[in-house]
Design a protein around this ligand. Sequence first.
Ligand code: SAH
Length: 340
Amino acid sequence: MENIFNYRIDKLEDYFLSINEKKFKATQVYDWLYKKRVFDFKKMTNLKKELIAKLETDFSIDLIEIVKKQTDKDTSKYLFKLADDNYVESVLMYHDYGISICVSSQVGCNMGCAFCESGRLKKVRNLETYEMVEQILLIEQDIKKRISSVVIMGIGEPFDNYDNVMNFIKIINHDKAIAIGARHITVSTCGIVPKIKMLENEPLQINLAISLHAPNNELRSKLMKINKVYNINELITTLKEYIKKTNRRVTIEYVTLNGVNDSKKCALELANLLKGMNAYVNLIPYNETNNLGFKKSPKKTILEFYDTLKKEKINVTIRREFGSKIDAACGQLRSKEVDA
Ligand code: SAH
């Protein structure tokens, strides 16, 4: 039995055709699930009793569960318990332009970035599509508001769970489901080159963000193990091809770590690497965690880094800090729960 939230509408249409029902039943079911937010087949009153019984034997609508919520001003962090007692987290952020959610894509992560709390706990498994869809549905239900954008930047490496993540994106993007515009969906990767090439061919106008965090191979390999598999040169070449093919701007994420990657030399090297590319740099103030040795860069250093990039004509922004008081750094809430 599969969870109904794993199903794209075209797959649900195929299902109805396969049981000799009309295709539009899929739209009716989607309407209950995503427009009326009714999570019980028995309450889908425009379906015949026999069909409801059939749906109940073929699908589950089990929900993941919110077990903890921590709120600080414009940010809330949710801890979810999955059906097999694993935990993941999502972050809700209020911006002046709308509300965004940062969703997790895996339980734990195998990428092993030195500064990241999520990677301290190894990957247990990939999330299924429904577990990502429900992070959004349950948070919307909790706040009684609709969210406007989604970033796949929570626990996990989305491109290490490519198929489920793409399925998830197609569902939330669909008009008959949550209808979040593709331009309001961002997927962030540590740089899994073959999957960036696959994304190039998806008919989706979503945003791609790359966690670069260092401007040369020596430093990047120390911070991010993935660099030993796909190094900077290969990554940048792939991004240039991606930009050319899709005509879309790429975001380069750069977490500033005190005394590690925040020098003027690093900024110049980064500018040189990105020169002429349709990319913009998002400088991310590091969210310190208790378990890893890194410290955040002082404000002044971040501003100098920013100025250096600006002078070199690189588009750059500094990310607003969210939720540092509520353990909102990637994976912090889950790791507290698991360590406890
Ligand atoms: N695996 C994906 C997505 C999840 S991490 C990726 O690597 O992009 C989302 C972003 O948060 C990445 O840029 C990651 O490097 C960054 N990050 C991880 N730990 C952080 C911390 N403690 N403070 C600030 N950013 C962090």
